[in-house]
Ligand binder design. Structure first.
Ligand code: SF4
Ligand code: SF4
Length: 337
């Protein structure tokens, strides 16, 4: 049976991951009160965040310890996300990240309110300058985490604030940032992703080396600009033969039949564009199947191998670096849960 034109697989995947993280976070609160949901994880969100793996990586390499609140689970997720990014670009941002999905859903109200003006409020020159900000945030986060041995970014992280705001443990700056990003999302699509997200900055680099790229067939394209207008990251797809922008989040909205009126014009395939025969092309459905297989298979595989662990009370791999561990304990008090 043919797939309906308006079928939105990405939305389903986003709802799945958003609901999963929300449930786990609520379950952590319930478990603390002794009424946890059976068979559902109550892990710390930091242990389930692949960016936690990036943050702890330097400390892990140099001391054998995890930065408090992170765990090997975050490092495993980091590896899975990097593998997917190497294949398809930052699909984590476009399909999985619950905070990206949250901004998009708020943005749907903005689209209804402002119609064609939505996502066009920031002047192009200012936008170009602001896009460098997230690289500064990335360098700052990695530096302060490596130097302090603590997850200080959690005090600013709006993603963490969204899924913890009811606990009373979220730092005020993170709550303020969450409110600012939520309001901003009514006017600009994914403002956090575009201008401030350190993980988006890192994953965006994979757009330069990803195996499967988005190509535009200039023979069949009718230059209607619909792909450029639909792009949440304001990439001018219509003026590119191959999308290599650092901002692309691999949402594949531009390639969808919902948005490009000419079938087989925006295609995903490895290497150079090979004309119309399309032997090596993959559809967003294939990307979604690979994404879910890598994510779910990687987690279950590491469970079977006995290396999956989300218990963040054990902060070290041994006693050889007690000094670092003790130094961290002081800063744990200052970091929101
Ligand atoms: S270029 Fe296409 S895949 Fe990349 S962010 Fe824009 S719409 Fe999504
Ligand atoms: S939406 Fe499709 S046909 Fe229109 S400009 Fe983009 S690639 Fe060309």
């Amino acid at each position: 049976m043919a797939k309906p034109k308006n079928f939105n697989l990405r939305l389903l995947v986003q709802i799945f991951f958003f609901s999963l993280i929300a449930l786990i976070s609520v379950n952590k609160t319930l478990t603390a009160a002794g009424t946890g949901i059976p068979f559902l994880s109550a892990a710390s969100l930091h242990a389930l965040c692949p960016f936690g793996g990036v943050e702890t990586f330097f400390t892990l390499l140099t001391t054998g310890l995890f930065v408090p609140k992170t765990q090997i689970s975050a490092v495993i997720l980091m590896g899975l996300v990097f593998l997917l990014a190497l294949l398809f670009g930052p699909v984590f941002c476009g399909w999985v990240c619950p905070f990206g999905a949250f901004q998009e859903w708020v943005g749907k109200i903005g689209k209804r309110l402002f119609k064609k003006r939505y996502n066009q409020f920031i002047p192009a020159k200012l936008d170009r300058v602001l896009r460098y900000l997230r690289y500064g945030v990335l360098v700052w986060v990695l530096t302060v985490t490596a130097v302090s041995g603590a997850l200080l970014f959690a005090n600013l992280d709006p993603y963490h604030a969204l899924f913890k705001f009811w606990t009373g443990t979220v730092a005020l700056p993170a709550l303020i940032l969450l409110i600012v990003i939520t309001i901003g999302s009514f006017f600009v699509e994914r403002p956090w992703c575009k201008y401030a997200c350190p993980y988006g900055a890192l994953l965006g680099l994979f757009n330069k080396i990803r195996v499967f790229k988005i190509h535009r067939n200039t023979d069949t394209c009718v230059n209607c600009h619909k792909c450029s207008r639909i792009c949440p990251m304001n990439i001018d797809v219509c003026r590119n033969e191959t999308v290599t922008s650092l901002s692309c989040i691999s949402c594949y909205e531009c390639t969808s039949a919902r948005n490009c009126p000419k079938a087989e014009t925006l295609v995903v395939q490895p290497g150079r564009f090979d004309g119309n025969h399309g032997r090596r092309r993959v559809s967003p459905t294939v990307v979604a199947i690979v994404l879910l297989t890598v994510f779910i298979g990687g987690i279950f595989g590491s469970m079977v191998l006995g290396i999956w662990n989300t218990q963040t009370n054990n902060q070290g791999s041994g006693g050889k670096n007690k000094g670092v561990g003790q130094k961290n304990q002081v800063q744990i008090e200052e970091v929101s849960d």
